[in-house]
Design a protein around this ligand. Structure first.
Ligand code: ADE
Length: 418
């Protein structure tokens, strides 16, 4: 079995942490038990390019229980948990190609190594597998029945491929399931981003001015949690509807050019490039802390920050100090990569439970339905989404009401009024 991980001696620690996460993933565990009996993924070869975390390990074990052969590589150079990677190799005999801190060249070599299994299905977080297959590994396309995509950025990339008629197989957009983005993007990113900022810096958020760039589901989560910790939150947006929502949620809304004057901590969650750039660095206050929680490390113009700076030093793990002419210091966290996975551990297991339940059930759906699908990006079927919500509620001990027959009839009729 081929693999490339940091240190096999970390495997025992990884095994325990994977077990700990698994205990908070009841929905995925139910799926795993059923998969073990029914083997719906028999004969499938899945190449997964995901953040290599304890939660992902539980997903890999579930796919394996379903009968699939799985190979895993990292979907970000800084998000790998090395103990998890080695545990998957040692205890689950799963090929893993991922080392925390790998350089860009190794990152892409690892993706190529994962693709060497000639997958019949791809599972992406950011569409790097699909993108490589469609550019450098086109020979694999004929063997692939379909794929899944975990994240907003990946779905945007894939939809633009479908629009240009270049997408060569169907994709299920797991991100678009309500049981994914309402919870993972909002509460998962909300908590884990703050966790990453605090672990990297140990600053007090109460009373600090925190600028959240982007008020999508992820930005909403971060703004909400930062407010809860007592920060004065400023939101920047380009979308007027999201901007009104932020204003009515009680946040100050202004352009980045104004926010830089008072902001102390900046987080980008927009999915676009150069959201914080030269004109902003020039106006920032001494000591400003900047980080990103969007999928790619493109939201902060780090190349320009580097060029503008006279000095750079690593002052704490994941905290780099850039000194500009005149002595102003700007602190960049996690090299501008996803701060929640670079400096913390990503979203907690109980929220990944729903995201990865969607992944597992979408893989099963593709096995049954792929032949009937076009080369397009599809939503997770509504019944899967609702079933996951129902199972999650049950696991939380929450019960809800049912419509009475009278209420069902009322909703179905158009004649009844007051
Ligand atoms: N994305 C965000 N948090 C994650 C986690 N804990 N595991 C895998 N992918 C993630």
């Amino acid at each position: 079995m081929k693999y490339d991980v940091k240190d096999m001696k970390l495997a025992e620690k990884g095994k325990l942490r994977i077990e700990w996460a698994g205990a908070q993933m009841p929905v995925l565990n139910l799926i795993k038990s059923r998969f073990a009996k029914e083997k719906p993924l028999k004969d499938l070869k899945i190449a997964a390019c995901l953040h290599v975390t304890t939660e992902t390990a539980n997903l890999m074990q579930t796919l394996r229980a379903g009968g699939a052969d799985v190979v895993l590589c990292a979907s970000n150079p800084l998000s790998t948990q090395d103990d998890v990677a080695s545990s998957l190799v040692k205890h689950d005999s799963i090929s893993v190609f991922a080392i925390k801190g790998e350089d860009n060249k190794t990152y892409y070599e690892h993706i190529i190594s994962a693709l060497a299994v000639k997958p019949t299905m791809t599972m992406d977080d950011g569409a790097d597998l699909v993108s490589l297959i469609h550019t450098k590994k086109k020979d694999l396309i004929s063997g692939i029945i379909g794929g899944t995509e975990e994240t907003t950025t990946g779905v945007i990339r894939l939809k633009s491929m479908a629009k240009d008629n270049v997408l060569a197989y169907p994709i299920i957009a797991v991100n678009d399931a309500q049981t994914k983005h309402f919870f993972d993007n909002r509460y998962g990113t909300g908590q884990s981003t703050i966790d990453g900022i605090i672990r990297a810096t140990n600053i007090l958020l109460a009373g600090s001015a925190m600028v959240v760039a982007g008020y999508g589901w992820c930005g909403r989560g971060v703004a909400l949690r930062a407010k809860g910790l007592g920060a004065q939150v400023i939101v920047t947006e380009i979308d007027p509807i999201k901007a009104i929502e932020a204003a009515m949620d009680g946040f100050q809304v202004m352009p980045m050019s104004a926010a830089v004057k008072s902001g102390q901590v900046f987080v980008t969650l927009t999915g676009d490039i150069n959201v914080i750039r030269k004109e902003h660095f020039l106006k920032m206050k001494d000591g400003a802390i900047i980080c990103n929680s969007g999928h790619f490390n493109v939201e902060i113009d780090i190349v320009t920050l580097q060029k503008m700076s006279e000095k750079k030093r690593l002052i704490r793990d994941f905290t780099e100090e850039y000194t500009l002419p005149g002595g102003k210091r700007i602190y960049l966290l996690g090299e501008g990569r996803l701060i929640n996975l670079a400096a913390a551990e990503g979203h907690p297991a109980s929220v990944m439970d729903m995201s990865f339940a969607n992944q597992a059930l979408s893989a099963e759906y593709l096995v049954k339905q792929a032949k009937l699908l076009e080369k397009q990006v599809y939503s997770v079927p509504k019944n899967i989404d609702e079933n996951i919500a129902a199972l999650k509620l049950r696991s939380m001990g929450v019960t809800i009401d049912k419509l009475t027959t009278e209420q069902v009839n009322y909703l179905a009729s158009w004649e009844m009024g007051t």
